[in-house]
Write a protein that binds this ligand. Sequence first.
Ligand SMILES: C[S@@+](CC[C@H](N)C(=O)[O-])C[C@H]1O[C@@H](n2cnc3c(N)ncnc32)[C@H](O)[C@@H]1O
Length: 247
Amino acid sequence: MKVYFIGAGPGDVDLITVKGRDILSRCRVVIFAGSLVSPRHLDFAPEDAETHDSSSLSLDDIRKILMSARERGLDVARLHTGDPSLYGAIREQIEMCEELGIDWEIVPGVSSAFAAAARLGVEYTVPGGTQTLLFTRLEGRTPVPPEESLALLAAHHSSIAIFLSIHDIDKVTGQLLESLPPSTPVVVAARVTWPDESFIRGTLSDIAEKVRSAGITKTALILVGDALESRRRRSCLYHEEFKHGYR
Ligand SMILES: C[S@@+](CC[C@H](N)C(=O)[O-])C[C@H]1O[C@@H](n2cnc3c(N)ncnc32)[C@H](O)[C@@H]1O
């Protein structure tokens, strides 16, 4: 018996990996994060699979499901949104598996940050510009170390993908403006790859107002940086005098 933590992707049911879907199709117990993972993934589980929406489950409830699956020798697919390594809270579940002596494996997925870049047609790393992308969030119930404040991170002038913070867009822009000019491009990407996805483009000076008017309060990324508007710059990769092993 094994527990598979599978990145189910940002929303579009086809943005799970082939490996993830193959494993899902064999697991007779499925736990999925119903608030962000499409229930359509369950169509790929065995017909008689036992399914649980984790949005209403405590860690103790999950422990009981794992123990019951272990007693019956059933593999478990634990579907997480995007890639499980980003704000997935998998650490405590892995520790629980280890306490219970249950084997586990992580199958990576497509993060919403990468799905957003694809839908926008942008590259977060820009030839002649930033070579860095930061993933971060505002603190909520989960604290953020003071040395990772948005103002300090923004001082790098890199691309930034901010998760779990759209509800406090004013705080986000306020902190970023301590280090970046008001004209810095910002895109708010909401429910990327879901049928109701939307994108709001602006700058640090006007994005908060635009987000408020659009009424977006959850399931959105705040993407920041000049890379969002640098589509015209060319990399050296395809320059005729530049022979490169990464092509
Ligand atoms: C608990 S975190 C999980 C992130 C996930 N592991 C990932 O790799 O995308 C949830 C946050 O991710 C972002 N998010 C997840 N899915 C999204 C989507 N389809 N569109 C925009 N943002 C999304 C939002 O910031 C949301 O508040």
